[in-house]
Design a protein. Structure first.
Length: 318
């Protein structure tokens, strides 16, 4: 009887220090799960260190190791999509190489799918030790915000680390949108998902590739991808301000006719004009962001471009 295959997708960006440790730990799990076949699919997302050479070496000595080296850095979203599109397993896992996604968890996730009938098993870590106070506050506020304005549920502290059946993977791959927010896409496709809470350990090496600005942009991506509420808010605010201005005009006319007061208060009027101008620019900016996303989608540029795979190095294998 043919063994079931699990494809493990590992996006990598400058992970030369983490990869040897990760490979050692994942091979331990593979040995413990002898009834399952494994495929390790590493995605080199334009790394500038020795990551690619390490992947070449691993694929040369271990035929379970595959890699796709992208032509430049397309971001983690592009890397994950490249892995999902090229994975051949009956089940597919996504995890990081920094060991904050413990490979040992795959055994429990696999049992949940096989014994409890889930289509997907995902992990969440609401109290991430790596996050500073400010980042924790912003993260908590963001999850509350996205939960309030989006119809697609978002689990606080959700990670990309998950194990999925092939039908879940196919559903995600079929969504070929250029502007990707995978956490939202995972929720959007639905399916019967089990969430496991865990404490994410510290990184074994290196530093996080996400600074505050990148996380802020990623948060905006999630809002724009899964909610049109900002456009609704801008319309409502516009209507309210129109009503206020109409009432103010009536008051000024009545006051002038009854009391004969001359028009005064130019400083306050100037402040109001500046305020209204800023508000208009803010809402134009919101509309502009939606239009820019539409502009990028219409271009239909590829989500990623492959520069090299392990197949290009087949002649090096022994």
């Amino acid at each position: 009887m043919k063994k079931e295959k699990i494809s493990v997708i590992v996006p990598c960006y400058n992970e030369e220090e983490s990869l040897p440790i990760f490979y050692k730990e994942i091979t331990k799990v593979i040995k413990e799960m002898g009834n399952v076949e494994f495929e390790l699919l590493f995605i080199n997302d334009g790394s500038k260190d020795n990551t690619l050479n390490i992947l070449r070496s691993l694929s040369k000595k271990d035929k379970r190791v595959r890699y796709i080296s992208l032509s430049r850095n397309f971001g983690k979203e592009g890397g994950m999509y490249a892995g999902l599109e090229n994975a051949t397993g009956d089940l597919v896992a996504i995890m990081d190489a920094d060991m904050q996604d413990p490979p040992s968890m795959i055994k429990e996730m696999y049992r949940s799918i096989k014994e409890e009938g889930y289509d997907c098993v995902a992990l969440y870590s609401p109290n991430h030790k790596d996050y500073g106070f400010i980042r924790k506050v912003f993260t908590k506020c963001w999850y509350k915000l996205i939960g309030a304005i989006s119809s697609t549920p978002q689990v606080p502290g959700a990670r990309e680390f998950r194990l999925m059946k092939r039908k879940v993977v196919d559903a995600i791959v079929n969504m070929k949108e250029y502007n990707r927010y995978s956490k939202g896409l995972f929720s959007f496709v639905g399916f019967n998902t089990k969430w496991i809470k865990y404490e994410a350990p510290d990184r074994i090496a290196g530093k996080s590739k996400f600074n505050f600005w990148k996380l802020f942009r990623y948060a905006l991506e999630g809002i724009l991808a899964f909610s049109t509420t900002p456009l609704v808010i801008s319309a409502i605010v516009g209507i309210i301000l129109c009503l206020i201005s109409f009432i103010a005009i009536i008051i000024i006319i009545v006051k002038t006719l009854v009391f004969g007061d001359p028009v005064s208060g130019w400083p306050s009027l100037a402040c109001l004009i500046i305020f209204m101008g800023g508000l208009q620019l803010f809402f134009f900016g919101i509309m502009g962001m939606y239009l820019s996303k539409l502009y990028l989608e219409v271009k239909k540029r590829p989500i990623y471009i492959t520069s090299e795979t392990e197949k290009d190095k087949e002649y090096d294998r022994h």
